[in-house]
Design a protein around this ligand. Structure first.
Ligand code: B12
Length: 212
């Protein structure tokens, strides 16, 4: 689909106004929301990520691309959340301490809300204790933690440890996500699951909360 390619290219160019314009156009053309997201915005960000890794682009370009991605996500958000869905369990979400990446986490939050879950988003740079304190106080069933850096992912295990120390392992599941993670890593730190994307997060949280 031509328009999706244009969205991806505009995002790579860091042109937030053009991304917004083209996403609006794709919505008007009635393209499926998930296609605009996956084959437009996320596809564009994947290219930026590869170029960043190869040092063909640098932080300022990545920041502009992130701003453009946000502009697109803001327009898709109401469509992803729309609909009459029954209220389900509570999920506490955040990016782990030291980690400022939040586009993926935000997407997970939007998709979970769209599926009827109540999401308490703690934002970025969240200390391990804050996840557990909030989940306990809010009577949440799931804690979702995001990490995009190999240096911050190592702090995720602390959340599981704190939850266990407080005797909450039967009440609160911990799920993790982010580019450098894996099923093996999730298992090693004692998390209930690793989710590779936002749609997968909805499936996993639905399973963990007994479909409730
Ligand atoms: C955008 C970006 C940035 C932006 C972030 C803007 C923002 N508001 O988020 C900025 C410019 C700020 C940034 C900064 C840095 N970045 Co950066 N960044 C990226 C980039 C290009 C894309 C990440 C992204 O948003 N992807 C799109 C989203 C939709 O995908 P996602 O995050 O993977 O999320 C999906 C899944 O993973 C999953 N998921 C994610 N979180 C969660 C959570 C839960 C609970 C669940 C269930 C699922 C889930 O679902 C999501 C939706 O499908 C990646 C490249 C990459 N390959 O990931 C590098 C990357 C992560 N950054 C990198 C680095 C090195 C940095 C910096 C250290 C650079 C620097 N020198 O300062 C800083 C660190 C800042 C910090 N302390 O956090 C490296 C990390 C390398 C490593 N091994 O640790 C990467 C991999 C680039 C690279 N190849 O070198 N970055």
């Amino acid at each position: 689909m031509e328009i999706l390619k244009h969205i991806s290219l505009s995002l790579q160019a860091g042109d937030d106004k053009m991304v917004a314009h083209q996403v609006r156009q794709a919505i008007e053309e009635e393209l499926p929301t998930t296609e605009i997201l996956d084959n437009g915005l996320i596809a564009g960000m994947a290219v930026v990520g590869d170029r960043f890794r190869r040092q063909e682009v640098f932080l300022p370009e990545v920041l502009l691309a992130a701003r453009a991605m946000n502009a697109g996500m803001e327009l898709l958000k109401p469509l992803l959340i729309a609909g009459d869905v029954p209220t389900r369990a509570k999920v506490v979400l955040g990016s782990i301490e030291g980690d400022l990446h939040d586009l993926g986490k935000n997407l997970v939050g939007i998709m979970l809300k769209g599926a009827g879950f109540e999401v308490i988003d703690l934002g970025i740079d969240v200390p391990p204790a804050k996840f557990v304190d909030t989940a306990e106080a809010e009577d949440a069933s799931v804690i979702g933690i995001s990490a995009l850096l190999t240096t911050t992912m190592t702090r995720m295990g602390k959340v599981v440890e704190l939850r266990n120390e407080r005797g909450l392992s039967d009440k609160i599941s911990v799920i993790v996500g982010g580019a450098p993670l894996s099923h093996e890593f999730a298992r090693a730190i004692g998390a209930s699951a690793y989710c590779y994307d936002a749609a997968n997060a909805v499936e996993v949280v639905t399973d963990l909360t007994g479909g409730a």
